[in-house]
Design a binder for this molecule. Structure first.
Ligand SMILES: CO[C@H]1[C@H](O)[C@@H](O)[C@H](O)O[C@@H]1C(=O)O
Length: 688
């Protein structure tokens, strides 16, 4: 039992609904996958293949689209009006005294999603006799971003090499390609960007497009569309043109021709994801043009084929006095200038996937431009694949944040899912944590973040608890003795990471480059200030934190009222963001009466204690699961708790050189010396 089966284990549940015969009177590659899935489950539950029949008398499970006679004879056509492309109905229908469950959709992919939902209900013991479910996704495009390079290294990937074996494609096809598509379909993910946003121009070469086509062909029956990240300089680098200026006619023609070529090879190609003028990558600004000029040129090339452009807002610049302000400053003036097949892809926070950030103030601010969230599933800043950090609470914290853009209740979820702004395009993205490792994600619990992203992209109203509950039951065990304590670990885990790494709004005090361990003292004389930890923490003899108030960088003014006033006022600012928005004296009184320095010590300590309690709980879980996964998780939790101590010691000992105050006597005293911690950077390599 190695974890390779993800949440698709189909261990026999308490009660099995009889679907030994499935009725279906249509066929398509996707419907065949639906039958195949039912068969995998039935094999696992009962050790037998399912039978299929074309008429409803035979089976107790009927599946099909609104074109199926079996379906239209029991479900009225108006029930399909509201389902869109991906929605479905699962209904128990009593016909002449005979019960049968019907799974129906406008499309075959909707049927497949319905089948996965039905199987999830069985596996989690939730299928009821009176079932009547109508579901459709909140977002049209539910997309993974792979940061996979063509040499198969993965930027910020901690689960081995890339799944895509470019050297073997298109002739040799790994079975994992289908397994990947199937896993995505099971949670409603319907799109994927195959390559890194730091994109090689080579991906658009004819040779690579044929490799991409091979993957697209495997993914298609599972409803998974392929997109590519493109390098803005491709016309120059790949096409040999003198420049890649988006207003140059030759450049425009190059992209038009390229789009035509792509669609002749992959007719349902999704579109482009672009990182431009960010971290040294080329972009329209190289030619004095704007993000809108660049995005629109690509959008025009893709438009005839219904392709879209996801243009990233991840930009920052050392000349700005506050990195957190840059995206807003660059993009707000362009609101209203983008084509209708462009969507702006914004990281959840204004800096960079930190354990906790406030939401990016761009959300809701661009009134005329569709916006989408980019989350990071891969744990670049949350302990890689070594630390257990269940991210649904982080994702939901962003989605549930009220921007006040259209008055109270303008949550990021409602801004981006079309509820408040009827944009043509709605989408949600996350940077994948998937690699070649047998268990896909490096840590068994990291699979839950892939799962949670898919589930929330489908329905952001689901709670973190519900998602954890179903994931645990399908992945490990349905026994409450296991489910409840493990769910508690998961639900507490992200906050524990915040506590032992960067509590109270601290951010970006990571070690240079690898972003695993702490390096609050880090400095490169003459280096870029916005890459230096001191730029973010500002520790000195008086206090700690980044002053983003009106009298500081004034980043607070990028938020709508009343948030800007709340964030601006240290006494009203949520304490978990205090040092994000304010520079606070060490002796400042917190709401609980402690001074800021003491509170910082208690927070770091609490993070460490939580990792210890995770270990304790996990040790009791041995009877419930297989040896291998039990031990894998046990040793990872050990690493996590050692790392937590390292973080606490490094940050407290370093900040103490400024605060000059004692560490409260009732917390664990540091076991390291600051000089030693400074000598050895905490790197994941330590543990291998
Ligand atoms: C793909 O590059 C990444 C880079 O590795 C990462 O450290 C930073 O978080 O963000 C960049 C981005 O999102 O573009």
């Amino acid at each position: 039992e190695d974890g390779s089966k993800l949440w698709l284990r189909y261990t026999p549940p308490e009660a099995i609904y009889d679907f030994s015969t499935v009725t279906m009177d249509e066929t398509s590659p996707t419907l065949e996958k639906a039958l195949k899935e039912l068969n995998i489950a039935w094999q696992s539950f009962e050790g037998k293949d399912i039978q299929t029949s074309k008429t409803t008398d035979a089976g107790s499970l009927v599946i099909g689209t609104s074109k199926s006679k079996n379906i239209t004879s029991v479900i009225s056509s108006k029930d399909f009006d509201d389902l869109g492309n991906d929605g479905y109905i699962i209904r128990n229908i009593n016909k002449g005294g005979k019960q049968s469950i019907t799974i129906a959709s406008n499309t075959d992919i909707g049927v497949l999603y319905g089948v996965f939902h039905f199987l999830r209900l069985i596996q989690t013991n939730q299928l009821s006799a009176s079932i009547n479910i109508v579901e459709k996704p909140k977002y049209d495009i539910r997309i993974l971003n792979h940061w996979d390079n063509l040499d198969r290294t993965v930027e910020r990937g901690y689960a081995g090499y890339s799944l895509w074996k470019w050297d073997e494609l298109p002739n040799t096809l790994s079975p994992r390609y289908e397994a990947y598509a199937r896993a995505n379909a099971s949670i409603g993910i319907n799109a994927t960007v195959l390559n890194n946003v730091n994109a090689s121009p080579q991906i658009l070469s004819k040779e690579y497009l044929h490799k991409v086509k091979a993957l697209a062909d495997i993914f298609r029956p599972y409803g998974l569309k392929v997109y590519l990240a493109v390098n803005f300089s491709s016309p120059k680098e790949l096409g040999g043109l003198p420049n890649s200026d988006p207003l140059n006619k030759e450049v425009i023609k190059w992209w038009n021709d390229k789009a035509k070529e792509i669609y002749s090879i992959i007719p349902d190609f999704g579109g482009f994801l672009v990182k431009a003028n960010s971290e040294g990558l080329p972009g329209p600004q190289d030619y004095g043009r704007t993000h809108a000029d660049g995005a629109n040129m690509l959008a025009d090339a893709l438009k005839p084929y219904n392709g879209i452009v996801m243009w990233r807002a991840f930009v920052y610049n050392p000349s700005n006095e506050d990195r957190a302000k840059q995206a807003y400053l660059e993009f707000m003036p362009l609101d209203g200038q983008f084509r209708d097949n462009v969507i702006i892809q914004i990281k959840n926070g204004p800096i960079d996937f930190q354990p906790r950030e406030p939401f990016s103030p761009l959300f809701g601010a661009m009134q005329k431009t569709p916006e989408m969230v980019e989350f990071q599933i891969t744990q670049e800043y949350l302990g890689f694949s070594n630390h257990l950090a269940y991210l649904a609470p982080l994702f939901k914290e962003t989605l549930d944040s009220d921007t006040y853009a259209n008055g109270k209740g303008s949550t990021i979820a409602k801004i981006t899912d079309g509820t408040l702004r009827p944009h043509k395009l709605t989408a949600i993205a996350a940077v994948a944590n998937i690699g070649e490792d047998t268990n896909w994600c490096g840590h068994h619990f990291a699979q839950s973040n892939w799962y949670a992203f898919g589930r929330l992209a489908w329905d952001h109203q689901l709670t973190s608890k519900q998602i954890a509950d179903e994931w645990i039951k399908m992945t490990f065990s349905k026994d409450n003795g296991f489910v409840n304590p493990v769910k508690d670990i998961m639900l507490a885990s992200r906050e524990a990471v915040v506590d032992y790494m960067m509590p109270m709004g601290l951010h970006h005090i990571f070690a240079f480059g690898h972003h695993y361990g702490p390096e609050p003292w880090g400095d490169v004389p003459g280096g870029r200030p916005d890459w230096m930890p001191w730029y973010y923490h500002n520790a000195d003899s008086v206090g700690l934190g980044f002053d983003r108030s009106i009298t500081g960088s004034n980043a607070v003014s990028q938020y709508f009222s009343p948030l800007k006033e709340i964030y601006n006022d240290a006494s009203r600012c949520p304490e978990n963001l205090l040092l994000w928005f304010h520079y606070i004296p060490w002796s400042y009184k917190m709401k609980n009466g402690r001074i800021m320095w003491d509170e910082l010590c208690y927070k770091y300590n609490s993070g460490v204690q939580q990792t210890r309690s995770f270990q304790q709980t996990w040790r009791q879980m041995q009877p419930y699961i297989d040896e291998q996964r039990f031990n894998d998780v046990k040793s990872k939790l050990e690493i996590q708790s050692q790392d937590a101590v390292w973080w606490k010691d490094a940050c407290l000992l370093y900040f103490q050189t400024f605060s000059k105050r004692p560490i409260p006597s009732d917390i664990e005293p540091p076991v390291h010396k600051l000089e030693d911690l400074k000598k050895i950077k905490l790197d994941m390599k330590h543990h291998n």
